[in-house]
Design a protein around this ligand. Structure first.
Ligand code: SAH
Ligand code: SF4
Ligand code: F3S
Length: 444
């Protein structure tokens, strides 16, 4: 019996990870934990007992990075009390700042260097911090089974590609994540099948621009079809779609498969064609509106959400009005809205001054947020009386006698419980709404 390891092995070093940024980072943390588990580490959710503290970081806006610097200071206080603790910064900020971060922490690893984490952890000493920020043209972590962080065990992310080739002028992602590469389609389908067999009910396919997925002769529409075919009851979602690339073929593929959720996240960034040109988005206002029309003509019930940037370089009051008028015309279900933050090294930082005063940016952003609040309410009011098919996520936060879950359109519904469990599918009718939630009754 001596050679059988106990399941909880106190001799294993414990690793704790915090995740910032986008869904791809959440999935990357799952990949990192899988790699470290295979290398003999145990995972912990308690930072106080961790031997290794990792932060998987984001560089998309300056405030995202400022937050991490604050966290690093807090980690260092812990290290003072327990000097053996190793602090590692991984992800986009590690890639962007490289050696600058190495002065502050023990390990720095970029998004394509996660396989070397065990080696870096082995080599690290107080006098020799370790860094690997090499970007790769091939790495997709295709063979790694991510540890799943979703506590319910019903919904999982699958990264289908990495990097981005789009060089939007304001964006740091191409510099932190490198060239775009698509993952072997068979490994994606296999992962979806394994998830389904393990009780998962929903997968979200992730990429910075899923519409440019291309592996051998499999494009994104074909991949969607392959994943939807894993099981007709597996709910399939995806993010993010780029307006310049979302094809009719993808729209028709969604329409053909009931289990592909009717939701498209289609970041517009600005309603002004002048701004879109400077942003290098490669579409204009008319093109964007045409894509929305096409989606709605094929799938009238399709949820459309977006991202908006306020106060990009040179944005005039008219450009801003164009954004507001586009939002009013489209009536997005919801939106992520940001003030422009200049990122060092991007094309915009070299070519276009960050010249909109802070107060103007903030005022415009607030106007955009207020308008979206009204649009979300309007979009939700249209659902009153409709029957929704919802996957139960768990108890509603406000009232434990109620459940919550998302409709296909990604709208959040709350409804009376009849004892269902997370992952169960229920039919509910929308009785009333707020700008954030559909308040539903049970359908007999
Ligand atoms: N790949 C996705 C978006 C990834 S980043 C796409 O192309 O749509 C998520 C969002 O962050 C972007 O859609 C944009 O709205 C915002 N963003 C990116 N860079 C930014 C910057 N420098 N300042 C403010 N917001 C930014
Ligand atoms: Fe950034 Fe543009 Fe790539 Fe999106 S498509 S990640 S905004 S460069
Ligand atoms: Fe942030 Fe990197 Fe994602 S910069 S948004 S974590 S790709």
């Amino acid at each position: 019996m001596d050679n059988i390891k106990p399941i909880i092995d106190p001799s294993r070093p414990k690793v704790y990870i915090e995740t910032y940024g986008c869904q791809m980072n959440v999935n990357d943390s799952e990949v990192i934990l899988s790699i470290l588990q295979d290398a003999g580490y145990a995972l912990t959710e308690d930072i106080e007992e961790a031997d290794v503290i990792l932060a998987n970081t984001c560089s998309i806006r300056d405030n995202a990075e400022q937050r991490i610097w604050g966290r690093i200071d807090q980690f260092k206080i812990k290290k003072k009390k327990r000097p053996g603790v190793v602090i590692g910064i991984v992800g986009c900020m590690a890639e962007r700042l490289k050696d600058e971060l190495l002065k502050a922490v023990d390990i720095v690893a970029g998004p394509d260097a996660y396989r070397s984490l065990p080696k870096l952890l082995e080599a690290v000493t107080p006098d020799s911090p370790q860094i690997d920020v090499l970007l790769s043209h091939e790495e997709t972590y295709a063979d790694i089974s991510p540890v799943r962080l979703d506590k319910n065990g019903i919904s999982a992310f699958i990264s289908i590609m990495r990097g981005c080739n789009n060089v939007c002028s304001y964006c740091i992602v191409p510099y932190t994540r490198g060239r775009e590469r698509s993952r072997d389609a068979h490994t994606i389908v296999r992962e979806a099948r394994e998830l389904w067999e393990n009780g998962y009910k929903e997968v979200t396919l992730l990429g910075q621009n899923v519409d440019s997925y291309q592996w051998e002769d499999v494009n994104f529409a074909k991949l969607l079809e392959m994943v939807a075919a894993v099981n007709s009851e597996l709910r399939v979602r995806f993010s993010t779609s780029h307006p310049k690339d979302i094809s009719d073929e993808v729209i028709y593929t969604m329409a053909r498969h009931e289990n592909i959720c009717r939701h498209i996240h289609l970041p517009v960034q600005s309603g002004s064609s002048v701004m879109l040109e400077k942003m290098r988005r490669k579409y204009d206002r008319e093109w964007y509106l045409e894509r929305v029309e096409k989606i709605r003509s094929v799938m009238p019930d399709c949820g459309i959400t977006t991202d908006v940037i306020a106060g990009f370089s040179g944005e005039t009051q008219q450009d801003h009005q164009d954004t507001l008028s586009l939002m009013e015309q489209v009536v997005f279900d919801s939106a992520f809205m940001f003030a422009y933050s200049e990122r060092p090294g991007t094309l915009a930082s070299k070519k276009y001054p960050d010249d909109i005063p802070y107060e103007v940016k903030t005022a415009r952003l607030n106007e955009i947020i207020a308008l979206q609040g009204r649009m979300s309410l309007k979009s939700n009011e249209k659902e009153i009386g409709k029957v929704m098919t919802v996957m139960v996520e768990g108890p509603s936060k406000k009232n434990p006698a109620e459940l919550c879950g998302r409709a296909g359109s990604n709208k959040m519904c709350v409804f009376p419980s009849r004892g269902e469990k997370p992952g169960d599918i229920v039919q509910v009718r929308v009785a009333s709404v707020t700008s954030a939630t559909l308040i539903c009754e049970r359908v007999e």
